[in-house]
Design a protein around this ligand. Structure first.
Ligand code: ZN
Length: 307
């Protein structure tokens, strides 16, 4: 992304799934935000429109829960192609309606989300990579500019998602979800919450970063992580990676399938944290679960004043 190389900050959007939830769009027990593609496409388009209106330039389409292994158990197995293509189309329509100024980037999400948010339902690595490949092809054909790999937590899942996306010659955001260990001192991934062995973020990166291709446009990312662990996770990431960075934290907590908004940080707190990351060289900043249009437009306003 030459835009980043030129030293610009790229403002990403905030959450899609939890924002639909906040707007009372029913969340599907097995496929979470996926059902909105058929029941509430106007709401999906509307969330995009609000982020565009608020100043976001990078937009993650609602494909987080659109892999075959999520859609099939929910009875949407015939809709993998149409739902994924539609996720891109809804974002593009919102950009056209808002008459958004260039540059804008549309990002396809591939995630480790499993049906019913139960990771034991993820297929074996070979089938997983096949499903990621299927989804990535549909998203690429529909015209995404980048991919973002979300809720990564270990080496194996990350490799499956990277294998499915790296050959498209589009930038790939490699996004890890992190949290504090019980000792409050070590940054872990959320692998244990996915039924895997607990993994220190440092250890995953020590295996992964040397294995990354050097001839591809890659952006390493900390996403869906609480504000209070994100700075420490950035310290860890910086020890392994000197290339482009993206941060999009969450705020609040899950009681699946609903996000709990009672403890979501006010926009000023998000803006203050974001300023710190920008100072530390992070080029792409947005929000994940709980972070909504008010947070993103507050950051856009602050950036407009700062520049
Ligand atoms: Zn999230």
């Amino acid at each position: 992304m030459t835009h980043l190389a030129e030293g610009h900050i790229v403002l990403m959007d905030g959450a899609m799934g939890t924002e639909l939830d906040r707007r009372d769009v029913p969340m599907h027990g097995k496929a979470w935000s996926a059902a909105a593609m058929t029941t509430h496409p106007d709401a999906v388009r509307g969330v995009h429109a609000d982020y565009i209106g608020g100043g976001a330039r990078m937009h993650i389409v609602n494909s987080f829960a659109l892999a075959r292994h999520v859609l099939e158990p929910a009875g949407f197995g015939d809709d993998v192609a149409s739902f994924n293509a539609k996720s891109v189309a809804l974002c593009r329509e919102a950009l056209e309606v808002q008459d958004a100024q260039d540059p804008q980037w549309i990002v396809g999400s591939l995630s480790t989300f499993a049906a019913q948010s139960d990771r034991s339902r993820l297929p074996d690595p070979v089938a997983l990579e096949e499903n990621y490949r299927e989804q990535a092809h549909i998203l690429a054909d529909a015209g995404v500019d980048l991919f973002t790999l979300e809720m990564l937590c270990d080496f194996e899942l990350t490799q499956a998602a990277l294998n499915a996306t790296l050959h498209f010659d589009k930038p790939v955001i490699v996004g890890f979800t992190t949290k504090w260990a019980g000792d409050g001192a070590t940054v872990m991934t959320r692998a244990d919450e996915m039924g895997l062995d607990p993994v220190a973020f440092d250890d995953v990166l020590a295996d992964l970063v040397p294995a990354l291709p050097t001839d591809k446009p890659m952006i390493m990312s900390i996403m869906h992580s609480d504000l209070d662990v994100t700075d420490a996770a950035l310290d860890v990431l910086r020890r392994h990676w000197s290339g482009p960075l993206a941060i999009y934290p969450n705020s609040g907590r899950f009681e699946y399938p609903h996000w709990q908004f009672d403890s979501v940080c006010p926009p000023e707190e998000f803006v203050s944290a974001a300023q710190g990351w920008i100072k530390r060289g992070v080029g792409i900043i947005g929000g994940c679960c709980g972070i909504g249009p008010d947070h993103i437009s507050a950051l856009a306003s602050q950036q407009a004043t700062a520049s």
